[in-house]
Design a protein around this ligand. Structure first.
Ligand code: SF4
Length: 168
């Protein structure tokens, strides 16, 4: 077979682009529905919740959330995911300017685990329907449940990069 007649390589495990697109759409719809809930919170961008050593909690992402977060990170032209080497335990996506590098696409946990100053964590009962929707997306994508933020995004990074190349 000549080089020019070869089709782009797609592994047996490569995700179906249509399925991925639908999954990202549903995750973003969940985020919009959450934002529309009448939960009074006052985030002052202290970014304490972005310092995992301080909070003792790392956001756990389903596969769909990871795809959205990775796509958001890549959309700004980033070629790779950041290293987890902050000496203060800060999230790798927290910029030196103190702002989240994927704010619009930040995971569900970052939208619900507010610090005490912002009003505290949302009760699970108030958002369980949204959690179930994210779990359903995870199953659709063949995920195996939530994973720590950097692990989850690392797992999907190659897929997001390849899908970006396919779209040009
Ligand atoms: S993803 Fe963004 S909002 Fe979430 S912990 Fe990291 S820097 Fe903070």
């Amino acid at each position: 077979m000549s080089r020019s007649s070869r089709k782009p390589h797609r592994s047996a495990n490569a995700p179906d682009p249509e399925k991925v697109g639908a999954a990202k759409g549903e995750v973003r719809a969940v985020y919009e529905d959450l934002a529309a809930r009448p939960a009074e919170r006052d985030c002052q961008s202290r970014t304490e919740c972005c310092r995992f050593r301080l909070t003792g909690r790392t956001p756990q992402l389903t596969r769909g959330e990871a795809l959205v977060a990775a796509a958001g990170w890549r959309a700004a032209g980033r070629k790779g995911i950041p290293e987890d080497n902050a000496s203060d335990g800060a999230c790798p996506f927290l910029g030196k300017n103190g702002r989240c590098g994927i704010y619009r696409d930040r995971p569900f946990g970052c939208r619900t685990h507010f610090c005490a100053a912002a009003g505290g964590m949302l009760e699970r009962a108030a958002i369980i329907d949204l959690i179930r929707r994210l779990e359903t997306v995870d199953e659709t994508l063949g995920g195996d449940g939530p994973k720590p933020l950097l692990n989850a995004i690392s797992e999907v990074w190659d897929d997001v990069t390849k899908s970006g190349k396919r779209k040009g």
